[in-house]
Design a protein around this ligand. Structure first.
Ligand code: GAL
Length: 809
């Protein structure tokens, strides 16, 4: 096997093992060509001149940005627009449109008539057409789906098999940057004819007490005279139960296995068990797979809401698109893990995959790190939002896309709810409710344990048509003023904030005067970080907090969005060069905006939050009103400007903002120091923070999220670069052009500064600071060693940081 791994791919080290099956992940030595090519499917085709790439791969992320790419002249009806306008940057202005070809080779050692081979794609953007050894194997339309083909008949024994994949991305097919190419893993699974079916295992935990859990395992298999032996192991690998059965029902075994004193899965205690399923014929082991699962109980009850393991909790969630900022859509576990670490620190407990299937890597991390998950399937049903959207396939493909979503992911304890759609225009008209029911029934058939929601924005229409009443869980996108009406009109006795806020801001940018505003635009194409600006259809976070806190029947919220993403630069979607969103709680580089601390002050109940804004470098604003906001979990605080008290502010019920923020609205700017002192409930000073006016940029400071990395060619260190003055005070408006150099056992991967208007390319080793900061991504090679990142800028002291990569961390 190892020779094959080295030559043609990498053996998967994930959840699947055993000699009876091999999983070859096709990562390296892919050949890629942008544009259509004749005969690219042929086994004799010469692809030596094509670019060599590693998969997962996003062919468009290296740009360049171009305002003409997928320029959409449309009226976005769901945003209330009536007149078409020219939208540049709606899908990120990156070159994802067009055809792309990938080719690779692999061999199946010792292939014989007893073997079965499966070719699995965990996502391919988009409309993949698959060819093996010159023959068309099949195709799939939806770029977000996981899908597979049985390629046994097409395999050439003991010689190379030539795989060719054609992908087609059309204009007007998306509302955000979808990426392009084989952006998720491709695997070749070889097993015996007698084996466990692909995604054939379904583990549920229907009975749980503190002494005992019953684990129900259904396993679909192929073959005759079979025996299934299942071993359940705890997180330390100790066997806790073994069960053997020959009783097969149709094509599936069903086992109920007792686990004593079960340790329950929750966001605070993400405890995972594993089930090893061994399939025998007589006493010969034919197949073996291992599946991780959690033991946990979920319940949704009218008036009471959602409970996990019998405790009522609310979703403190964020919506996420799938791109990872500067590295685009090519799935990367380190980048996903970093996102989740940031969200964990904020106190978030849930993620919604907007508006499509999540990566399997993200689900695994959510299982491990403790996040609940709302897994979504579609942004369109039969009625279009964009001309070439999913509606083209809805009738023919919706069922199989949902089946694959559920079957591939249903063993993840993190998933606690499905969503069949987001703001589908089918909310209007009588057919919509029927479609909602049809889709929901498919989810129920495939997984009877989790409810289904739809993110609804046309709330009045769904109240009138019965659409909302059909759903297991009515999800409202925005429309805070309609929660009460919807709760009364719908029969479920609960409302989910399936999408909330859509507040817009640019990290470190503050605008005056400080007032609440909708669709506010400024000449620099940035939005204010006083966190008072939202869209015409949306609202500031505080208005959601009121509903979450005051209404027991509101079961939580999913904020739009946890991180900025490429495309959808509202409110600047007609203003070039805006090319990425302003909605993120964190920017495109993953750096927290002020809003991060507003959510943290409410969501992270274990740690102190005391955060002051704006920065205090306002040359030219001397004597002018420059309000100061504090986001904190304390109820009151006193503000000082250069030692002078500006008075004590206390949270109050006077308005949503007064309830969740401390605001000193009349402060006049003078350079120096602002200081906030927070008080506990008894009025004792317990914490303080200061912000100083910075001098001129002097030196660079580097801080890595991790300095110890895996020498696997995939891991990433995220190094935050800031510029400080002579006294070490951060310079909040610095925009210095920086250069990056990586030496040793790694390379420069990308950089991002969070500026939604920047046209600098992420993969080039130079970028400007934005609001005094940016982030550099460094990737280790496959051999371990020391890595040094050096960052320099004109007139600034150069900075270095050392990282180390290891064979096994
Ligand atoms: C919602 C939509 C999201 C995003 C958001 C921006 O209506 O579901 O995909 O467009 O608005 O506010």
């Amino acid at each position: 096997m190892s020779a094959i791994c080295v030559l043609f791919g990498v053996l998967c080290s994930g959840t699947i093992h055993g000699q009876e099956r091999t999983v070859l992940t096709l990562e390296k030595n892919w050949k890629f060509h942008k544009g259509d090519v004749e005969n690219a499917t042929s086994t004799s085709f010469d692809d030596s001149k094509w670019e060599t790439v590693t998969v997962p791969h996003d062919w468009a992320i290296k740009g360049p940005f171009d305002k003409e790419i997928d320029k959409q002249t449309v009226a976005i009806v769901q945003n209330g627009e009536e007149v078409a306008t020219e939208k540049t940057g709606r899908t990120g202005a990156l070159p994802y449109i067009g055809i792309g070809w990938y080719r690779n080779q692999f061999a199946i050692p010792n292939f014989d008539s007893e073997k079965k081979v499966i070719l699995l794609f965990e996502g391919a953007m988009s409309e993949p057409e698959i060819f093996l050894n010159g023959q068309k194997i099949g195709s799939w339309n939806y770029g977000y789906s996981y899908f597979y083909f049985d390629i046994t008949e097409h395999i050439r024994a003991n010689q190379k098999n030539i795989l060719a994949v054609k992908l087609t991305n059309r204009e007007l097919s998306s509302r955000w940057y979808p990426g392009a190419g084989l952006y998720r893993n491709v695997r070749v699974i070889t097993k015996n004819k007698e084996s466990i079916d692909q995604w054939g295992t379904f583990i549920t935990t229907p009975f749980i007490t503190s002494d005992l859990a019953k684990v129900n395992i259904k396993t679909k298999v192929s073959g005759e005279n079979l025996k299934m032996v299942t071993t359940i192991k705890d997180a330390d690998g100790n066997t806790v139960a073994v069960d053997s059965t020959q009783a097969i029902f149709g094509d599936a075994f069903e086992q109920n296995i007792a686990v004593n004193n079960p340790r329950l899965w929750s966001p605070e205690t993400p405890y995972l068990y594993s089930a090893t399923s061994q399939l025998y014929v007589e006493d010969i082991l034919k197949d073996e797979i291992s599946t991780r699962f959690g033991i946990r109980k979920i319940k949704y009850e009218a008036e009471k809401g959602f409970s996990l393991n019998d405790s009522v909790i609310k979703f403190k969630g964020v919506c996420l698109h799938h791109d990872l900022g500067p590295i685009g859509t090519a799935v990367n576990t380190s980048a996903l893990r970093r996102q989740l670490q940031i969200l964990k620190d904020m106190g978030a407990n849930a993620i919604r995959s907007a508006h499509n299937m999540p990566s399997l890597e993200q689900l695994e991390l959510c299982d491990e790190m403790g996040f609940m998950f709302l897994a979504e399937s579609f942004d369109e049903w039969a009625k279009p939002k964009v001309d070439n959207g999913y509606h083209r396939y809805f009738e023919s493909d919706a069922e199989k896309d949902i089946v694959n979503l559920v079957q591939a992911t249903r063993n993840h304890p993190s998933i606690v709810m499905w969503s069949s759609g987001n703001e589908v225009p089918d909310q209007w008209g009588s057919d919509g409710a029927k479609r909602a029911k049809w889709l929901q029934d498919i989810f129920h058939r495939e997984d009877p344990t989790r409810p289904v929601t739809v993110g609804m924005d046309q709330v009045q229409a769904t109240m009138a048509s019965g659409f909302g009443a059909v759903l297991d869980i009515p999800g409202l996108n925005y429309r805070v003023n309609l929660y009460e009406d919807a709760y009364k009109a719908f029969p479920q006795g609960m409302i989910l904030g399936s999408e909330t806020a859509s507040t817009v801001s640019s990290r470190g940018i503050y605008k005056f005067p400080v007032v609440e505003a909708k669709m506010k635009m400024y000449d620099d194409l940035q939005s204010s970080s006083y966190d008072l600006e939202a869209c015409s259809w949306s609202n500031i976070p505080d208005e959601d907090f009121v509903l979450q806190d005051d209404k027991p029947w509101v079961i939580g919220e999913f904020v739009w969005t946890g991180f900025d993403y490429l495309g959808e630069p509202t409110p600047y979607d007609t203003k070039w060069p805006s090319r990425s969103s302003y909605f993120g709680i964190n920017d495109l580089a993953g750096l927290p905006k002020d809003r991060f601390y507003l959510y943290r002050s409410r969501w992270n109940t274990k740690e102190e939050t005391l955060h002051m804004l704006p920065h205090w470098n306002w040359e030219g604003r001397e004597g002018e009103i420059t309000p100061v906001f504090v986001y904190t979990n304390y109820d009151s605080a006193e503000l000082f400007v250069n030692g002078k008290s500006m008075g004590i502010q206390r949270k109050s019920m006077n308005s949503p903002t007064a309830r969740y923020r401390l605001m000193w609205m009349d402060v006049k700017y003078e350079p120096g120091t602002i200081k906030v002192v927070a008080f506990d409930a008894e009025g004792n000073p317990v914490a303080e923070k200061e912000t100083h006016t910075a001098g001129t940029p002097y030196k660079l400071v580097l801080e890595a999220d991790r300095t110890q990395l895996s020498a696997d060619g995939k891991d990433l260190a995220f190094v935050t670069v800031s510029v400080v003055d002579k006294n070490g005070v951060p310079c909040p408006s610095a925009t210095n052009q920086l250069k990056f150099k990586v030496k040793g056992a790694g390379s420069y991967k990308a950089a991002a500064n969070g500026d939604a208007t920047s046209l600098e390319m992420f993969h080039l080793p130079t970028m400007k600071l934005f609001s005094g900061k940016l982030v550099v991504l460094v990737q280790p090679d496959e051999s371990p060693g020391n890595i040094t990142l050096e960052v320099s800028g004109k007139g600034l002291k150069t900075a270095k940081i050392n990282l180390t990569s290891y064979n096994k961390l």
